[in-house]
Design a protein around this ligand. Structure first.
Ligand code: NDP
Length: 393
């Protein structure tokens, strides 16, 4: 029986993953090892009762007594706190979904790879902050990382049977987010509620806001650079409002292979779950005649400064990805809390990168996870100071 764990089970990707696992037989087909959540313990307990994992873990330590109470008499072990989430990854599982949001997903993913199974990677922040370390960990333990981000899954699928040396260009598409048709001068006053609505995809709040600012696409460009080991100038972003084509790979003979599908993450999750086979998936089938036309345009660098920042991060490499992601997470928290405006987020991140590039170490290769976590903490402190002092450029 194949064993599975879901990190971030209570989130948008976690729910879609659970939906597919239940449709494929649930606990009759899979042995569930660990389910983790952040604070939504009602949902975590409900899921745990349905599939009977060895352990259910909640990241918020204060939630443990209630989780215990909800799972009393089931025989399911419970634990709480970030350390317990990481330890849950020490329990071997054949297939692990990494769907915690943010840098908090890095350590559990690294530890899961030590068992040599498959890590289905939705947590793009892992590759952005510590790409070379993560890939090396997979190599060392004979583990496999399968991309779950829809664009990266699309590229991965377009590359089946292809030689990477023949790839000229990878194009990842972007819907353009909630404000793609807003006049640029309105963006500064955009509210959290407005930024939390996505025109095409139904996702968690943080990634939805990151889609509006294109920080999500910025992370994805860096993720593609790391995962496919392709030079940054060969990665292109194209705004494609219909979100039908998820990525295009251009080859040295002029041919291009595009991946199309309905905007439903269960396709990419299901592909990673069933790989190398394909299984019937409950996603809508595209009706291209009804769609009529597909449109594309280049992103405006002034409207989407996050994309330019990603280019700078890829040039610096080393620990710059960890700093970029941490600064972005703090700026996003500050936007959600009403401390900074929508367009201030990119200014904060730029200020943090500027400040840290004046210090030693930003471009140093990450030799171990501690270096990444140190840079993450440093960038969070600098971002917090910048926000408190409102001293970004
Ligand atoms: P959600 O916000 O919906 O869910 C995040 C999950 O992580 C929840 O289970 C949440 O728990 C848990 N969590 C939050 N903070 C912590 C923490 N500090 N420690 C441990 N667990 C925590 O996010 P999404 O599902 O949208 O995204 C998950 C990841 O997948 C992200 O990296 C995102 O970029 C990526 N992704 C998402 C896509 C999507 O369509 N949603 C598409 C492609 C990639 P709780 O809810 O219980 O608090």
């Amino acid at each position: 029986m194949r064993s599975v764990s879901i990190f971030g089970a209570t989130g948008s990707i976690g729910e879609s993953t659970m939906d597919l696992l239940l449709r494929q037989g649930g606990a009759e087909t899979y042995r569930f090892v660990a389910l983790t959540g952040g604070r939504n313990l009602a949902r975590l307990a409900e899921m745990a009762r349905a599939v009977r994992p060895e352990i259910a873990v909640v990241a918020d330590a204060g939630c443990l007594p209630e989780l215990r109470e909800r799972l009393a008499g089931t025989g399911i072990a419970t634990a709480a706190g970030p350390q317990a989430v990481a330890e849950a990854a020490d329990r071997p599982a054949d297939w692990v979904m990494s769907a915690i949001v943010g840098a908090a997903g890095l350590v559990p993913g690294m530890r899961a790879l030590a068992h040599g199974g498959t890590l289905a990677l939705a947590n793009k922040e892992s590759l952005v902050t510590a790409g070379p370390l993560l890939l090396e960990q997979a190599r060392r333990h004979g583990a496999r990382i399968l991309p779950v981000d829809s664009e990266h899954s699309a590229v991965f699928q377009a590359l089946v049977g292809e030689d990477m040396a023949t790839v000229e260009r990878i194009t990842i598409t972007a819907s353009g987010g909630a404000f793609r048709d807003w006049p640029a001068e309105r963006l500064a006053a955009a509210t959290v509620a407005e930024a939390s609505t996505h025109p095409n995809w139904d996702m968690g709040q943080r990634i939805t806001i990151d889609s509006a600012s294109m920080f999500n696409k910025a992370l994805e460009v860096i993720e593609a650079r790391e995962f496919f080991d392709i030079a940054p100038d060969r990665i292109e972003v194209l705004i494609h409002p219909e979100s039908v084509i998820h990525a295009i790979v251009g080859f040295c003979d002029g041919g291009m292979i595009a991946h199309l599908g309905a905007p439903d993450m269960r396709h990419a999750i299901g592909y990673a779950l069933n790989w190398p086979d394909r299984a019937h998936l409950p996603v809508a089938r595209l009706d291209l005649a009804a769609a009529g036309r597909l449109s594309f345009r280049a992103p405006d660098p002034v409207r989407y400064p996050a994309l330019g920042l990603a280019r700078a991060v890829m040039e610096t490499r080393g620990l710059a990805g960890a700093a970029f992601n941490a600064a972005k997470e703090v700026a996003l928290d500050a936007f959600i809390a009403g401390e900074v405006g929508f367009t201030d987020m990119a200014r904060v991140v730029e200020a943090v990168l500027g400040e840290l590039s004046g210090r030693e170490g930003l471009g140093n290769p990450a030799r171990d996870l501690d270096m990444v976590l140190d840079m993450d903490q440093q960038a969070r402190r600098v971002a917090r100071t910048a926000i408190d002092g409102r001293n970004w450029s």
